[in-house]
Design a protein around this ligand. Structure first.
Ligand SMILES: [Zn+2]
Length: 240
């Protein structure tokens, strides 16, 4: 088995020739094994230089701490648990007469009313309805937190955008736009506030150097706890 040396670390990998492939690709499977997929006739001595160029990505994916078995994705069935502001709510699917899908949340029950005639599978409909509902809720919750903290930070965004991002909770652009991932509203309130204040702080400190963290700590002295919570649980919020 070929070995890749990155600094003092040696990573074994396998090479597989894929007849239909036109470019080289690298994959890391759930057991953190590195695999290189090559097109037919690809010069094998070119594989290692390519891998070295991608060493940061490879280190990140192969060396990441074992997070246990892959996160079970949601199945959108009755009784399944969801999170809203850190509180657990249980999914309840009911049949409704009308044509529209309704979502309602009260007393720890997240109720989805589905019209009797469904053109797509039920799980898909429930998921779509929940995503839309969470997104809507996120607009209200996150705008209110921005409004609260803009007075404390002394700066506010020129525009607030709530959307879905695969690998980040938010970002702040040079023109003053702050974007937040709707999925963050599943987290406990202090964690939501951490993400909000983090992005507001970037308006004056567009970097992650000392001055940024000092300014953030002035407003949220315990921000490290929230940061850790996101590191430990962040993946669960994006798993559906
Ligand atoms: Zn940041």
């Amino acid at each position: 088995m070929p070995m890749l040396s990155i600094g003092t670390i040696v990573i074994p990998y396998t090479i597989e020739v894929r007849p239909r492939r036109r470019y080289l690709a690298i994959q890391v499977d759930s057991q953190h094994r590195l695999k290189v997929l090559v097109p037919p006739g690809y010069p094998l001595h070119d594989v290692e230089p390519f891998l070295l160029q991608k060493s940061r990505w490879i280190m990140h994916h192969v060396m990441r701490p074992d997070s246990g078995p892959p996160m079970p994705s949601k199945t959108f069935v009755n009784g399944e648990a969801f999170l809203l502001r850190g509180e657990m709510v249980r999914l309840k699917i009911v049949r409704s007469e009308g044509q529209v899908v309704r979502v309602h949340c009260a007393d720890e029950v997240l109720e989805v009313g589905l019209p009797t005639l469904a053109d797509t599978t039920e799980a898909e409909r429930v998921r779509d309805a929940l995503v839309e509902w969470y997104r809507d809720r996120a607009i209200g919750i996150l705008s209110a937190r921005i409004k609260h903290y803009r007075g404390i930070v002394g700066r506010g965004p020129t525009r607030l955008k709530i959307a879905e991002y695969k690998s980040r909770w938010g970002f702040c652009r040079a023109d003053g736009l702050i974007a937040l991932n709707w999925r963050i509203i599943q987290a406990p309130e202090p964690v939501i506030d951490y993400v909000v204040v983090h992005e507001l702080t970037h308006l004056d400190h567009p970097h992650h150097q000392g001055a940024f963290w000092q300014a953030l700590e002035m407003i949220l002295p315990h921000y490290r706890l929230q940061k850790k919570w996101l590191r430990d649980h962040g993946a669960e919020l994006g798993a559906w």
